[in-house]
Design a protein around this ligand. Structure first.
Ligand code: SF4
Length: 71
């Protein structure tokens, strides 16, 4: 049985340095101008489909400010 994890929520703590790594790994999720923001109105289905890309973004953030809640 396929048991894929999903993301319930994403937030970005203060301290983003605008390096754009998150938008590189998960362009469907993050927009970076001076600082990263999470795109508005993302569906739970999108967060599920994008799980692996989001985790890549979290792991590559050099200042570790992306916080996700997995389900
Ligand atoms: S990877 Fe981290 S520091 Fe870089 S833009 Fe995204 S949130 Fe900001």
């Amino acid at each position: 049985m396929l048991s894929k994890k999903c993301i319930r929520s994403i937030s970005i703590k203060p301290g983003c340095i605008g390096c754009r790594a998150c938008a590189f790994y998960a362009p469907e999720i993050f927009i970076v101008e001076k600082k990263s923001t999470v795109k508005p109105n993302l569906s739970s289905e999108t967060l599920c489909i994008q799980h692996d890309a989001i985790i890549q973004a979290v792991q590559h953030c050099p200042v570790k400010v992306i916080v996700v809640e997995e389900v």
